[in-house]
Design a binder for this molecule. Structure first.
Ligand SMILES: [Cu+2]
Length: 454
């Protein structure tokens, strides 16, 4: 470095230092303005489900589930997403009422987070409650992608005030791992189905994570998420009841105690459990096979020891109507009758799915007018259950399996085999709106449609 270069360098440093000294608040303000509230990094991750059982997948910030994002209702929030993978990604903010440009579905026009690139999502989170974020990529026949991967996490939107009638909250996300195609299920000419090798609560197989340690008399609020790519689940905690207070994060009209929780893909259940049966228990899937694959977590009371106990609960039907009220819903302004059918083994040996005889993207979009109330009538003419999800809007279940009801507001409804469900929603968030079956295997093979505002 000659003398001239030296002077230039030192004066630049002096200038920088001087600016900091003169305008400390300004530089700090500039820094803060650019600083995101959250950063998510999509990257390969190894998940140790149990000693020696390591699954390689893609997740957020090196953990599965991804970090719990706590946002505040109505407060503008910035999330920087970095994508360290070789494929364009999409982060969908599930259960939020967002503009289509940030909702996180390519079909609605949200731009992707480019491979080895980044993108900032800025939005005002609402409504309050237990939400989630997850990839909205299709997987198709590639069982490492989409929701088969570890790309999911809780997003909790704090309400402006919360009654908080519990001692503590525990977030639990359930996932299934190592999918493979299986031909043994369903009718003889059925397309390929999926079966899994392992399952986990919060990334650990039953018996391999830390137990949830509780004290007698404690009221624990479980916020549960089914983050399986394809399967609806039933879970129980022997000797205890679940006081269900919210479904899909929205408080229910009639909180009610049940012994078994049924939870469809991406559904959430908020339920309080009063700890009054001292012991060491398995909180897990009612199916023996699923528990053996790891679907569960140990609940350990203070001072109690021994093998975790499982007692099979008596069968109990799941009925959304139990958490609402019987009512004749007001007539909607418009009605869409939608029939769901399966065409066996037509897409890459997987089943093709149709809505009124057509598969996405060859479906006719549903046209709505802002401010009007619409009813969607789901007729499931297949032997599978379907978790129907509506983006960017909340709906009310107005008929479940032929019974009129109200008071239950959700963003996913699990429709039973050869059964029906009806939902009402108000078209109050203009922009392209996707609705689809949330089972990855169904949405990727035609079970999807768009709602357009006139
Ligand atoms: Cu489905």
């Amino acid at each position: 470095m000659d003398r001239r270069q030296f002077l230039t360098a030192t004066s630049a440093i002096a200038l920088q230092a001087g600016a900091h000294a003169l305008f400390p608040n300004l530089t700090e303000a500039m820094h803060t303005a650019a600083k995101p509230d959250f950063t998510l990094r999509i990257a390969p991750v190894s998940v140790e489900l149990a000693p020696g059982k390591i699954v390689k997948t893609v997740g957020y910030n090196g953990t599965v589930p991804g970090p719990l994002l706590r946002m505040h209702e109505g407060v503008s929030t910035m999330v920087d997403v970095f994508n360290d993978t070789n494929v364009d990604e999409l982060v969908h903010w599930h259960g939020l009422m967002l503009p289509a440009e940030v909702d996180g579905a390519a079909e609605e026009g949200t731009p992707p987070v480019p491979a080895h690139g980044q993108r900032r999502y800025t939005f005002v989170p609402k409504p309050a409650g237990t939400r989630l974020y997850h990839t909205h990529n299709a997987a198709g026949a590639d069982l490492t992608k989409g929701m088969y991967s570890g790309q999911f996490g809780f997003l909790y939107i704090e309400p402006k005030s919360e009654p908080g009638n519990y001692d503590r909250e525990v977030f639990l996300a359930i996932h299934q791992w190592e999918p493979s195609t299986a031909v043994h299920m369903g009718p003889p000419n059925n397309g390929l189905e999926i079966s899994y090798q392992y399952a986990s609560f919060n990334g650990k197989m039953l018996g391999h994570g830390e137990p949830i340690r509780v004290r007698t008399g404690e009221r624990v609020l479980f916020r549960l998420l089914n983050a399986s790519a394809t399967d609806d689940l039933k879970i129980a905690l022997p000797g205890h009841q679940f006081q269900v207070i919210a479904l899909d994060g929205n408080p229910v009209l009639t909180p009610r105690a049940v012994n078994i929780l049924q939870i469809g893909v991406t559904e959430r259940i908020d339920a309080i459990v009063e700890m009054k049966q001292p012991g060491v228990w398995i909180f897990g899937a009612t199916g023996d096979d699923e528990r053996q694959k790891g679907m569960g977590v140990v609940i350990e009371y203070a001072g109690q020891k021994g093998e975790p106990q499982w007692i099979a609960p008596a069968k109990e039907p799941w009925d959304y109507g139990a958490f609402g009220k019987t009512q004749i819903p007001p007539d909607p302004d418009g009605k869409f009758e939608l029939v769901f059918r399966k065409i066996p083994g037509e897409r890459l040996r997987f089943n093709r799915w149709t809505i009124n005889g057509k598969s996405f993207p060859d479906t006719d979009p549903l046209i709505v007018r802002e401010g009007k109330r619409y009813r969607m009538v789901f007729r499931n003419e297949s032997g599978d259950t379907h978790p129907l999800h509506l983006h960017r809007h909340t709906f009310e279940i107005t008929n479940f399996a032929g019974k009129l009801m109200g008071g239950v507001h959700k963003d996913v409804v699990l429709v039973n085999p050869f059964s029906t469900a009806e939902i009402d929603f108000v078209a109050n968030n203009p922009g392209l709106t996707l609705f689809h079956c949330h089972a990855q295997l169904h949405m990727d093979f035609g079970f999807m449609n768009l709602i357009k505002y006139a």
